[in-house]
Design a binder for this molecule. Sequence first.
Ligand SMILES: NC(=O)c1ccc[n+]([C@@H]2O[C@H](COP(=O)([O-])OP(=O)(O)OC[C@H]3O[C@@H](n4cnc5c(N)ncnc54)[C@H](O)[C@@H]3O)[C@@H](O)[C@H]2O)c1
Length: 327
Amino acid sequence: MKVLITGGAGFLGSHLSEAFLARGDEVIALDRDAQAKVRHLLGHRRFRLVVDSVMNPEILDALAAEADLIYHLAGVVGVEHYVADPYDVLSVNVNGTQNLLRAAYKHGRRVVFSSTSEVYGRNPAVPWSEDADRVLGPTTIDRWCYATSKAAAEHFCLAYRRLGLPITVLRFFNVYGPRLDRLDVGRVIAILLGQLLRGEPLTVIGDGSQTRCFTWIDDAIRATVAAGIVSAAEGQVINVGTDQETSIRALAELMIRIGGGPSTIRFVPHASVYGDSYEDVPRRVPDVRRMKRILAVEATTALADGLARTIAWFRGANADAARPAVA
Ligand SMILES: NC(=O)c1ccc[n+]([C@@H]2O[C@H](COP(=O)([O-])OP(=O)(O)OC[C@H]3O[C@@H](n4cnc5c(N)ncnc54)[C@H](O)[C@@H]3O)[C@@H](O)[C@H]2O)c1
């Protein structure tokens, strides 16, 4: 089977590429940049990286024509982008998804779309089943543009489902592991890791009581592969994650305990990091029954185990980056 993965050079895409290569499939990764995360795959005879954009309908048409199955993972992700360049977030996540769906529909290809736990916003009634309400803040707060863009993209997916396109929407919950992001940028674990590896205080935003459910990459990838293969997944929206809830303060403490070193915790106000364009989500917990029932996958890896492996990987791979910058 030939699998097209848009955003295939990203964190999830690189691990998903490995999973399909291990099954003996062919993988075409389409990504506009960030080749670093698939550098190790570039010589593989069943792996091809196409450096282009999902904003280019012609390339999508050509690649959809030759693929048997399509994963649409390309997206602009990361709080720093939501507050710095909302236009890019909205444009790629909405218009890029439309482009992809048009090409998949034309060629009759099955699609798995990567949505996010962010679509539930700050709905206080956790855990969230897939049919739970979305509770978002105002459009004047840039932070909500990502949730809005992914929800709009989901609507397009479900509209194409009505036209007969076989499609599955996955909502990922804080997946982490090797190659997550560069140290110090992107998602919370990568930011805390940079500080941990340099022995600096770990900056926890707010009072650290906000919770997330951190999902080990291999667990998420097993679910993601199944979503493209299991026929019962067609037409479904499925949460992908663990329901083990962890506060950011507990995450930081655990990272210090596992990683060792002199780091402590420093609490900083939201506004000092993201300005006024940010609102936090107090609790984020999935209902994972549909994932277990349809995909037959459970995210069982304990956070301590996954963090130990992640810290070890970043220590090895980023030995240089982890050194303090020389003024
Ligand atoms: N990792 C998570 O916990 C998580 C949670 C929720 C949703 N998701 C979704 O899963 C997908 C993959 O996320 P990730 O964690 O691997 O992030 P990532 O940033 O590592 O990967 C996204 C990739 O998309 C690429 N991309 C961006 N714009 C593009 C464009 N116009 N054309 C082609 N490629 C483009 C980026 O270069 C990047 O390599 C994203 O759509 C994200 O919204 C991830």
